[in-house]
Ligand binder design. Sequence first.
Ligand code: 5AD
Ligand code: SF4
Length: 439
Amino acid sequence: MKKAYIETYGCQMNVNDTEVIFSILGRAGYERTEKMEEADLLMANTCSIRDNAEQRIWGRIEAFNQARATREGVLVGIVGCMAERLKNQLLDTGKVDLVAGPDAYRRLPELLRAIHPGAPQMDVLLSRDETYADITPVRTDRNGVSAFISIMRGCNNVCSYCVVPYTRGVERSRDPHSIVREACDVFSRGYREVTLLGQNVDSYHWTDGTETVGFAELLRRVAAISPLLRVRFATSHPKDISDEVIETMAEHENICKHIHLPVQSGSTRLLEKMRRKYTREWYLERVAKIRSLIPDCGLTTDVIAGFCSETPQDHRDTLSLMDQVGFDWAFMFAYSERPGTLAAKQYPDDVPPEEKNRRLNEIIQLQGRKSLERYRAQIGRRLQVLVEGPSKRNPAQLCGRASNSMMCVFPDTVHRAGDYVDVVVKDCTSATLICELTA
Ligand code: 5AD
Ligand code: SF4
């Protein structure tokens, strides 16, 4: 067997895609290695979402190329969003043998066989129907407890800042029967949590002409597999998250009470420019609905600082929305112009870098305080935790998530990964709940 080493960048979808790639490479006689020095194939599964993501990958291409120069027969492959975006530009460096976009992974064995000196291979065709539904991913998680399952690919939104619709193509939903089968399969192998993944899970829609399944129905079907199987999902879109989905969450104990609901900005004027198709008020109403049906729901978000034409008032609107909602956690970014997007074509990237960073820092500071408040509010509560394994910081303790997605650590010598335990929260930081087992 040859050995393949893959580094994964970007979102959870990419983590799952890497698992699909390992499965396909297995058919071509490659097994997975985590050691770069023993690999015959060096790959990076890449992300284009912000310029700094791509810059890091250019650094890795250099490192891979050096490894290729010192050992005979080593191949270098770039796959994923950056492969899709840059295409020939990657081959033109002479440092890459293989370029494959997100819908070309089935052809990897064929492409690898066709590589010869001076004949690198590329496939960056996007598809309307590829979902890799029949491919069983090779799980690369370390805990054996929590698995990601891709339920759809691509994105039909055209948020003006976002490169994803261009790198991942149009939206398509995977056959629900294959999703349920995959979830049953991981459950039977000891997994106790599945996260259903899509760029916009609320627009999941599958039909074969006689049967039609939307996201709420998919959630019900996966939740019905076993009360011992927790169900999570990401990412929701504020314009699409429906009452039916929120109600379905509320009705099922084993659907985790956490929603990742990217807001991007608190200013309706900017949301409009971003083409998010909702207003500040709409977003706040969705949050109010979630909290009325699921009072303890964990809520996290994504925020962009310094989008085109953002004024100090727009920025204050973002801060005030964050203050008002009180997210448990947020992913916070400075706006990075991506070539080819609507924003790059239509609006000047006119907030100076120092000002973008100043605003980003204000956002980060505020969120730090809010996170601490949200975590502190849990002190004294009893929570059920799914054990993931020893805590990274302190191997004498176990760690795992509560339903609301907050990470919990607690001293415990009895339980193991995959067990459910009841804990009481004693203390916290802004990202961890410090707990004890309940008597
Ligand atoms: N610049 C900065 N952040 C971006 N995101 C998407 N595109 C950009 C960009 N051009 C952020 C959004 C999205 C998250 C995955 O990445 O907040 O929700
Ligand atoms: Fe980008 Fe919008 Fe699609 Fe999210 S929903 S990936 S922000 S286009």
